[in-house]
Design a protein. Structure first.
Length: 256
């Protein structure tokens, strides 16, 4: 059970850290093997952002071209979360609303909100991240932009909420998007999705993604005509749609 969190608790933690000259260490989700979870004897060293990235650490980078995320050395089986995070990054306003407070960032404190059981739940985490002892890189989801922290912190908040990182094994893209946005995702085959639907969704700044199933949709008058080199797509992953274009009779989607 998570303890109640709010501005007063955060302020108390920050004041205590400032007085002692230390950074916050979350006792509810400690830097231990229990927080990693699972039966495997996975070794990890828990590091602060400055120890991983030096002075390049920042919460958000430039998402003008969408987010590029990667999985670390430890395979959690949470590609469902990876796809949802990349999709959310294509809508910066939705991404930033996850971070309820960053007032305590200087003390290693972040408060993330997640939509569970039909309500927003605030989860406070510290910024210690489990890393590969040999490479000193984050073990799990990480940004391909050097120093960008938000993917690691959102994943950590979800791991804390579920009890451990290992508890994130398995899941669905739709459920992840609901947890991260509070909305109700619609899943539709591309052959049923008209071009006008795509343009309207992107114009509303709503997240839209393409799931690579490995088969192309049949040509239909109202269906999307994907001009994609499918050899570049990994089957079973979710790719955010960054923009659409229709020129000279060709309809194209730019995927992240």
């Amino acid at each position: 059970m998570l303890s109640p969190r709010g501005p007063a608790v955060e302020s108390e933690i920050c004041a205590r850290c400032a007085a002692s000259g230390t950074s916050h260490e979350d006792a509810e989700f400690a830097a231990t093997s229990e927080s990693l979870g699972g039966a495997s004897a996975l070794s990890a060293v828990w590091l602060r952002p400055d120890a991983i990235f030096g002075g390049a650490a920042q919460l958000f980078g430039d998402h003008g071209g969408g987010a590029r995320l990667a999985l670390g050395a430890a395979q959690l089986g949470d590609t469902w979360l990876l796809g949802a995070l990349a999709t959310l990054a294509a809508s910066p306003a939705l991404l930033r609303q996850l971070f309820v407070s960053t007032r305590g960032a200087a003390h290693g404190v972040y408060t993330v909100q997640v939509f569970v059981h039909d309500e927003w739940v605030q989860v406070m985490v510290d910024d210690r991240l489990p890393c590969d002892p040999s490479t000193r890189e984050p073990l799990y989801v990480r940004s391909c932009r050097h120093g960008e922290l938000w993917p690691c912190l959102v994943e950590k908040a979800l791991a804390k909420l579920h009890g451990s990182y290992a508890a994130l094994h398995g899941g669905s893209f739709a459920r992840a998007l609901r947890d991260l946005t509070g909305g109700v995702p619609r899943v539709r085959p591309s052959r049923e999705l008209g071009w006008a639907d795509v343009e309207a969704t992107l114009a509303a700044d709503a997240p839209l993604a393409f799931y690579a199933s490995g088969t192309a949709p049949p040509p239909e008058s109202n269906a999307l005509a994907f001009e994609i080199d499918r050899g570049d797509l990994l089957t079973g992953l979710l790719y955010p749609v960054l923009q659409s274009s229709a020129q000279a009779g060709k309809r194209q989607l730019l995927l992240g």
